[in-house]
Design a protein. Structure first.
Length: 160
C-alpha cells in the first residue's frame, strides 16, 4: 500500500510541475536597449515585448531614436527593422502591426518588418501584437536602428 501511495504522489507531483510549466503566467515584459555613436550624436535601438505563452499573444514596440546636437537637426532617414523568433516544438510567430510613426512607411512580413521615416524625423517606431503558434517556450527577437546623416551611416541592434 505504501508503494502505491508513493507512486500516486509522485505521479501527481510530476503532473502538477508539468502543468505549471505550460500554464500561462502573469503578464510581464522584457526589453533591450543598445546605443552607438552616430554623426553629431547617438543612435539608440529599443525592443520591448510582453512575455507570451503557447498559443497566446502579446504586444511589442520597436524604435530607433536619434539624439543629436543642435548643428544637425535631423538625419536623412531613420529606420527601425525587426524580426521575431520562437523556441519550442513546432513553433512559429506572426504579428499584426498597428501602424508606425507619423510620416513613415515600411513593410511587414510574417515575422519581420521595418518602418522608415525620411521626413526629417529623429525617430521611427512601430507597435504591434505578436502571436505564438505551437508549443512555444519563448518568443524573442531583435531590432536594428539605422540612420544616415552627414554622409555617414550608423546602425545598432538590440535583442531579447
Amino acid at each position: 500500500m505504501n508503494i502505491l501511495k508513493k507512486s500516486l504522489i509522485s505521479t501527481a507531483s510530476v503532473l502538477l510541475v508539468g502543468a505549471s510549466l505550460v500554464a500561462p503566467t502573469a503578464a510581464f515584459a522584457t526589453s533591450a536597449t543598445q546605443s552607438t555613436t552616430a554623426p553629431g550624436g547617438k543612435l539608440t535601438s529599443n525592443f520591448w515585448i510582453q512575455s507570451i505563452a503557447s498559443g497566446d499573444s502579446g504586444n511589442f514596440l520597436v524604435s530607433a531614436v536619434y539624439n543629436g546636437s543642435a548643428n544637425l537637426s535631423s538625419p536623412n532617414y531613420i529606420e527601425t527593422s525587426w524580426s521575431f523568433y520562437a523556441e519550442g516544438i513546432d513553433v512559429s510567430v506572426t504579428f499584426m502591426g498597428f501602424g508606425g510613426s507619423a510620416g513613415g512607411s515600411g513593410y511587414s512580413g510574417t515575422s519581420s518588418g521595418y518602418w522608415e521615416n525620411n521626413n526629417g524625423a529623429t525617430s521611427a517606431w512601430y507597435p504591434g501584437n505578436v502571436i505564438a503558434h505551437g508549443l512555444t517556450f519563448y518568443v524573442g527577437g531583435d531590432n536594428t536602428a539605422s540612420m544616415f546623416a552627414l554622409g555617414v551611416p550608423a546602425s545598432v541592434t538590440a535583442g531579447v
